[in-house]
Design a protein around this ligand. Sequence first.
Ligand code: FAD
Length: 683
Amino acid sequence: MAVVCKASKKEEYTPVKIKQEETVCPAQACGGVLVRLGEVKPLLTIARRVGGVDFRRKAACCREGDVGVGRVEEGTMTHFPALALPQIVSRLLALSFLSGVGHYDFDDSHKLLPQYDFIVVGSGSAGSAVAARLAEVPEWRVLLLESGGPPPPEARVPGFNSILMQSEYDWNHRTVPQKYGLRNYKDNACPFPMGRVVGGSSVINWMMYVRGNRRDYDQWNDLGNPGWDYNTVLKYFKKAEDYRGTRNVGTEYHGRGGPLVVDDKRWRTPLSRGFLKAGLELGYNIVDPNGPEQIGFSAADLTVRNGERGSVVESYLRPALAYSNLHIVSNAHVTQILMDDHKRAVGVRYEHRGKVRTALTKREVVLSAGAVGSPQLLMVSGIGPAEHLRQHGIPVVLDLPGVGHNLQDHPSIFGLTWLTKRGSSNNLNRWLNPRNIKNYFKTREGPLSVPMALEGNAWSLAEEGDPHWPDLQFLFMASTPALDGGVYFNDIIGFRRDFFKQYYGSILGHEGYNIGPMLTRPKSRGTVRLRSRNPHDRPLIDPNFLSHPDDINTFVRGIKFVLAIGNTTAMRHEFGSRFHDQVLPGCEKELYGSDDYWACYTRHMAQTTFHPSSTCKMAPSSDPYGVVDHRLRVRGASGLRVVDASIMPVIVSGNLNAPSIMIGERAADLIKEDWNIPIEPLG
Ligand SMILES: Cc1cc2nc3c(=O)[nH]c(=O)nc-3n(C[C@H](O)[C@H](O)[C@H](O)COP(=O)(O)OP(=O)(O)OC[C@H]3O[C@@H](n4cnc5c(N)ncnc54)[C@H](O)[C@@H]3O)c2cc1C
């Protein structure tokens, strides 16, 4: 049993310089070692993060109020001060200037009811949408439990988009070492960020609004999931949307008046113009990727509302605070779904402020803990592949081999870099210039009003099958990975330091850009598996990147396409674009520029684009690996649904925030229908 630690004497934390490449146990997460009062564990590492700085000590017991207690584990890598400094600065700035921002702690723990109609686990993109919509039914009582705390003020500043990665608002997961890729990354593994905060990943993401391709959803439907075809899901994308952009306004493709503001990228670097011109030069149109067809070049659409991040906290949860029937409890880590003898979900067990609590439901538990959290929670509760559960001594409630199976992510290459003239790209002066900072906090305009570096997207015609169903997306970033001299961004990306110095050492601080080919329809499949039966232990995340040989070939095609973009007159003449053509460390033996060289480049450089999905896939009963049916009910159970990115049978051809919100919106209507509540007809 977990013990709430009480210190026998008052102890102070002292900041320690964490030597490079050391690992610490994550703040806010118990690393797996439970401490019993009075027990002596000299090697226990206690971590606490204050204002973005890690404080760490070794001790026999934790102190009252400690949030990060556990063994040193491989999960988190924190550098001091490289990561801590920008986090502190951004918080101080946000605290000093965002005076109009009302902090809300999302803690209704003082008014909990003995029983709820619905318990939603996880307040991320899908969980917040479904919880807020369920609470529209006045007679229903809804409880939303979230493991993380309330979002910090700096989360509202779009330009601080990378600041929350590897902070206490990130689960700080890492992949397991990859057999086929990540060769220039420490331990052949990479950080795998996911939001652990009220609002989930929508609070730490990069705010690009992309729905995917109409064919993705028609495929879901054709795989035996009725009601998930494009025409149906489009209604839910529109229901969620309050479109304030300039493309296809007033057409059947965009919604107005929904909770989620979607807008054009209002502030752009000069290079953004070059990127769009390059597309025209290559014979592509400038498109609205959320319009009739996706193929083409586009400036990014953003979930930014009047210059501030439009996460699901702003769009769904704050407005829902008006409902007295929705209770939200932050810092409530769910450790088990409680199932009765008839395999019906009757509640959940969770930990809050050091106490183990139980919440009961008379209708349903809705699991929205994300593509890693949902399969993990199912498995520790006895729902998953029986053999795997038995290995960890977990009594099997339901043998569902598909739980944690079928992990899909979009791998992409952050690394193909061009140098350009001064003033053309995002540089540190633009980002951190006091004038721009002051201007942002006054007007919500300028470089900080948009996510740092992200400028646009492109989708090229597919070579196989339907040409309008792209297998590649290109992320255009108007900065290089060496923009900050390797002080900060390298740790966020996760390259090995020796590699970084060797490859980027000659271009530290230079202006330029980066185009990342991203596989929209990868063929590799991975897994999420348990490390142990302890719900606090990090799961083993294996995306199994590049295990399918076709993924390498698609990347090679993608790299050639981005080289063509960089080589257009538009990029070369106006911006002096020049490819950083240094031979990639690790690929010296290949003929530079050959297909084998680019395949080698891919194996060394491709990594996550932070889009895990499909680990509890929706499928008809004929599919042995299905976890939920088309109404998102867990197969073989009752009173239990999964509602988040994990239900995607196949990952979609775009970023996952908008699709996850759509899933939450659609799920709410499915639930209402199943409980005979009339639903609003959608146009
Ligand atoms: C750094 C980053 C950048 C990204 N950029 C973009 C982008 O620009 N555009 C885009 O479209 N997508 C982007 N994404 C992806 C997108 O944000 C996610 O795919 C989407 O938010 C997933 O939604 P979800 O509801 O499935 O899960 P999440 O939003 O991750 O929500 C899951 C929630 O469950 C909580 N939880 C988990 N376990 C438990 C538990 N045991 N008890 C209680 N609570 C629990 C988590 O803390 C979290 O709040 C990005 C993601 C990241 C991490």
